[in-house]
Design a protein around this ligand. Structure first.
Ligand code: COA
Length: 170
């Protein structure tokens, strides 16, 4: 993907060095030379006026609220339909939720570059920010709930497998 190549070659190292964005790349287990995709995270602030009333309920009335920005997220051109985008996104969700325990962040924000990409993010529960139709956000609490659910599901699945294989936790 041109965007991926251009960003990684021209800007990634520079942006990381200057503290503009942290860059994360996805590589296959077999070879760390091939890049399947990448994403970047940065600290950002969201104007409270652009968030829904429901989201603002129970929050202090600050004009700007802390958030985490996915500045870029792209998979390589040769890997469509392999869930690479989803892997990258889930990794970004997990990392931003973990980091929010260290640096406060109420939501993950992304600027979808076109309607197609916007549809893709909406599928994962992202919502539009008021008056910014392509700027989307996902509340950090939803991310944490989702990840907790995933872990519980994993444990239940594991317990099911253990039962089938005759193991027991007792
Ligand atoms: C957007 C992007 C990251 C998606 O990655 P991908 O690897 O093609 O997507 P995945 O294979 O992970 O797709 C996961 C699911 O989303 C679906 N999907 C893919 N593109 C979609 C779209 N535009 N709208 C809705 N659903 C979409 C897939 O069919 C798949 O669904 P399934 O699990 O039911 O089969 C990728 O197309 C990309 O890099 N685009 C260009 C870069 C870009 O614009 N980045 C965004 C800037 S922030």
């Amino acid at each position: 993907m041109l965007e991926l190549d251009e960003y990684l070659h021209k800007y990634a190292r520079q942006n990381a060095r200057k503290g503009i964005a942290a860059v994360f790349v996805l590589v296959p287990e077999a070879s760390s030379r091939t890049i399947l995709g990448f994403y970047t995270l940065s600290a950002t602030a969201v104007d409270a006026g652009t968030l829904s009333k429901e989201f603002l309920k129970k929050l202090p009335r600050y004009q700007h609220l802390p958030a985490t920005l996915i500045g870029r997220l792209a998979r390589s051109l040769g890997t469509p339909g392999r869930g690479i985008g989803e892997k990258l996104l889930i990794n970004a969700l997990r990392r931003s939720a973990e980091n929010s325990a260290i640096i406060g962040s109420l939501a993950l924000v992304v600027d979808a570059k076109n309607d197609e990409v916007k549809k893709w993010y909406l599928k994962y529960g992202f919502r539009e920010l008021k008056s910014h139709p392509h700027r989307l956000y996902l509340p950090m609490q939803s991310i944490k709930d989702h990840l907790r659910g995933e872990t519980a599901e994993g444990k239940a699945h594991q317990a099911g497998r253990d039962r089938r294989s005759g193991k027991s936790n007792n």
